[in-house]
Design a protein around this ligand. Structure first.
Ligand code: CP
Length: 319
């Protein structure tokens, strides 16, 4: 029996994709494997397969995005779906329409899938709860809570470069407290069975009782990065900070900014990841961001195949 999970249907299949928390390992691995099967599609001259032909996908981004919104649009188009990017700033939301009324009206236009980003944690869950049973909801990032497709493309990137999860030391550095990406990564890394997940940050940038998530806590970069296989950098998410967390961005860079010198504590074949957007000279030095260890741009490319995989699995097109 599967643990009760609002994302799964009564057969234990993914119906929505809202969080990596409590997802069975076989489902995470299935997404990665299906994504791998889509990689060649993205290299063909005609980059299309008909799996979502006739389906209508609404991109509902209530918060800014470059990578997630565009790769979801590309992924849906490569699956032959009709894609509608709702421009929230010019939608009836500005006239006071509620989130659920907006969704009800889009559902009346025969929506099959909503891809939702929202500044409020829980908004995609609320939509999933109220959506008609045939509609699938994907969380494209909600507040500081979860960003499951980002975490899955990050898992894909790790497996692509390291060929395994077992035995890996993964360090996550920076503003973990405000990061939905870090939360989703930590759940996924624990489920997939890496050896150790380290979070490296000042106390002010860590959630209370972060150890309960199954991580080791470090405040010193040299100790935390020692022999790391994977380093994931996070930006300071100032849009979610309430109050002053740090003396200054320069002070943060001096202590926690990833420079070639700090990175030398990690393994020689370390990969450096970042969900983006990167802030050069704040959490990462350009020599690292553009250096040989960086896999930041491959992460973006893999995001298309991973999002194709999630959409095709939700709609039952990839078994
Ligand atoms: N990684 C990520 O979510 O980037 P965007 O905010 O550009 O979508």
């Amino acid at each position: 029996m599967r643990k009760m999970n609002p994302q799964l249907d009564r057969h234990g299949h993914l119906h929505h994709f809202l969080t990596t928390e409590y997802l069975p390992k076989d489902i995470l691995l299935h997404i990665l494997n299906v994504a791998e099967s889509f990689l060649p599609v993205n290299k063909r001259e005609v980059k299309k397969v008909p799996l979502l032909r006739g389906k209508t996908v609404f991109n509902l981004f209530f918060e800014a995005s470059t990578r997630t919104r565009t790769t979801f649009e590309i992924a849906a188009k490569r699956l032959s779906a009709d894609v509608i990017n709702v421009n929230i700033s010019t939608s009836a939301q500005v006239k006071g329409e509620s989130l659920l009324d907006t969704v009800s009206n889009l559902s009346a236009m025969h929506a099959d899938m909503f891809v939702v980003r929202h500044a409020e944690s829980g908004a995609p869950f609320l939509i999933a709860k109220h959506a008609a049973p045939h509609i699938h909801v994907i969380n494209a990032g909600d507040g500081s809570h979860a960003h499951p497709t980002q975490a899955l493309l990050d898992m894909y990137t790790i497996r692509h470069f390291k060929k395994k999860f077992e035995g890996l030391q993964v360090a996550i550095v920076g503003d973990v407290k405000n990061s939905r990406v870090a939360r989703s990564q930590i759940h996924a890394l624990n489920i997939l069975g890496v050896n150790e997940i380290r979070v490296i940050a000042p106390k002010t940038l860590l959630p209370i009782a972060v150890e309960k998530l199954g991580v080791s806590v470090y405040h010193d970069m040299e100790q935390g990065l020692k022999d790391a296989d994977v380093v994931i950098m996070l930006r300071l998410q100032k849009e979610r900070m309430k109050g002053i967390y740090l003396p200054s961005s320069q002070e943060f860079y001096n202590t926690y900014g990833l420079t070639p010198s700090k990175l030398s504590a990690a393994k020689s074949d370390v990969i450096v990841m970042h969900p983006g957007p990167i802030n050069r000279g704040v959490e990462i030095d350009s020599f690292v961001a553009d250096g040989n260890s960086s896999v930041i741009l491959p992460q973006v490319t893999f995001g298309i195949a991973v999002r194709m995989a999630v959409m095709s699995i939700l709609t039952g097109q990839s078994k």
